[in-house]
Design a protein around this ligand. Structure first.
Ligand SMILES: [Zn+2]
Length: 373
C-alpha cells in the first residue's frame, strides 16, 4: 500500500521511465566495476528529516542501481566536521572568526557524536538493503595523503578556477585553524590568510589568530595541519581527488539535496577550468528538497533562531530526529518505504515536498513494501 501521491509531469520526469535512469548514460558510457554513492552532511547538531531522507534515498538508490545493472554499490557517508561550532568577531580588525566542530570537540567527542547521531541509522539502512557503507569524517578526509596532494597540485592552476569558486570576490577561502593548544580559531573569510606554494609538495600558510596573533603552518601531503576550505572549493578538491582515483572503474555519484543544483553548476565549471573534460565530471544525483509553506528550504537554524515559523504539520522529530517516537529500525523502515515511493516514479523524485507532506508520507501506515535483500 503506497500512500496516495500525486506529482506533476516535468521535462525530466517525462524523459525517464525510472528515476535511476538519470544515471544510465554515465554507467553505459564507461561501465564501472563499482558504484559509490557519496553523501555528505554537516555535523552541526541533531539531524533533521531532510538529512535522514537524503541518506535513506542514497541507500535506496544504491540498491536499485545494484539490482538494475548488476554492479556492486556502496554508500560513503562524509561527516563534515568543519561546520562552524562557534563564531566570534575580532574587535581589532572586525573580521569574523570561527571554530569548527573538529577543533571545538576534538577527535574522541567527534567520533562519539557521529556514532550516536548517524551510525545507528546507517547501520539499519545498510542491513535492511544489504548495501555496505563507510563513514568518513572531514578530519580523516583532509588528512589523507591523496586529498592533500590533490590540493597541492591544484594550487598552480587555481587562478583558472577561482572566479567559479568565489564569483563575487575571486578569492576562495582557505582556513588553517590556529595551532596554539586549545585554540583552533580561524578567520572565516580568510582576509589575512596567505597561501604560497613553496615547492611541488609543500605550501606555506600565513594567518592571524583572534587570540594569538600571526602564525604559520606548512601543508604537505603528510603533515597534520588541518586544511579547511570554503564549501565549493572543498567540493572541487574532493571531486578532483575522487576522479583521479577512479581509474580502476569506480563511478562516484555525488548525492545531494536539491538546493545544491545551483551551486553544483559552479563546481562543474571549476572542475572544467582546471582541466577536466565533461565526461570526467562526477555523476550527480539531486534528491527532493523539503520546503516550508513559503517554498523555502526547511531550515532548522532559521526556525530555532526565530527567523522562520515552524511550518504547519511539522512534528518535533522532523527537526530533531532523536525525538522520533519509535526505534531506529522502525525509523529506517519508514524512511525506506518513503524512499521507495519517491523512487517509484520520476515525477515523484524530481520535485520538492512540503514538510507537512513528507510528514504525512513517513507516518502513513507502513506496508511491507520494501523487500529485504
Ligand atoms: Zn589561536
Amino acid at each position: 500500500m503506497t500512500p496516495h501521491l500525486v506529482s506533476p509531469n516535468t521535462v525530466l520526469a517525462n524523459a525517464l521511465h525510472h528515476a535511476e535512469d538519470v544515471l544510465t548514460p554515465r554507467i553505459l558510457a564507461a561501465p564501472p566495476e563499482r558504484i559509490v554513492l557519496v553523501v555528505g552532511t554537516q555535523i552541526n547538531g541533531a539531524p533533521h528529516i531532510g538529512t535522514s531522507l537524503v541518506q535513506a534515498l542514497s541507500f535506496a538508490m544504491a540498491a536499485r542501481l545494484r539490482d538494475r545493472f548488476g554492479i556492486p554499490t556502496e554508500v560513503l557517508f562524509s561527516a563534515l566536521d568543519n561546520a562552524p561550532y562557534e563564531l566570534s568577531t575580532d574587535p581589532a580588525s572586525g573580521h569574523r572568526y570561527q571554530r569548527a566542530y573538529a577543533q571545538a570537540l576534538g577527535d574522541q567527542a567527534l567520533t562519539d557524536l557521529v556514532a550516536a547521531l548517524y551510525q545507528p541509522l546507517f547501520t539499519a539502512l545498510s542491513r535492511r538493503l544489504g548495501i555496505p557503507h563507510r563513514v568518513e569524517t572531514y578530519t580523516q578526509q583532509q588528512a589523507g595523503e591523496h586529498f592533500r596532494r590533490t590540493w597541492l597540485r591544484l594550487l598552480p592552476r587555481l587562478d583558472a578556477a577561482r572566479w567559479w569558486l568565489a564569483p563575487s570576490t575571486g578569492t576562495p577561502h582557505v582556513r588553517i585553524p590556529c595551532p596554539h593548544p586549545g585554540c583552533g580559531w580561524s578567520e572565516k573569510h580568510a582576509e589575512r590568510t596567505r597561501v604560497r606554494l613553496t615547492d611541488r609538495e609543500a605550501a606555506g600558510v600565513d594567518a592571524v589568530c583572534l587570540h594569538h596573533g600571526p602564525y604559520q603552518a606548512t601543508i604537505t601531503p603528510t603533515t597534520s595541519a588541518y586544511l579547511d576550505l570554503a564549501t565549493l572549493y572543498r567540493n572541487l578538491v574532493k571531486e578532483l581527488a575522487l576522479t583521479s582515483t577512479g581509474v580502476g572503474g569506480t563511478l562516484h555519484v555525488m548525492v545531494k539535496g536539491g538546493d545544491w543544483i545551483f551551486g553544483s553548476l559552479l563546481v562543474d565549471e571549476a572542475l572544467q577550468a582546471v582541466g577536466l573534460t565533461r565526461a570526467q565530471l562526477p555523476a550527480r544525483l539531486f534528491c527532493p528538497q523539503i520546503v516550508t509553506d513559503t517554498g523555502a528550504k526547511l531550515s532548522k537554524s532559521l526556525i530555532r533562531e526565530g527567523h522562520a515559523p515552524l511550518p504547519e504539520g511539522t512534528a518535533d522529530w522532523m527537526l530533531d530526529t532523536r525525538q522520533w517516537p519509535g526505534t531506529v529500525a522502525e525509523y529506517a523502515d519508514q524512511l525506506l518505504t518513503v524512499a521507495e515511493t519517491l523512487l517509484s516514479d520520476p515525477r515523484h523524485f524530481f520535485r520538492s515536498y512540503s514538510a507537512a507532506e513528507i510528514g504525512r508520507l513517513i507516518t502513513a501506515p507502513a506496508p511491507r513494501s520494501v523487500s529485504a535483500p
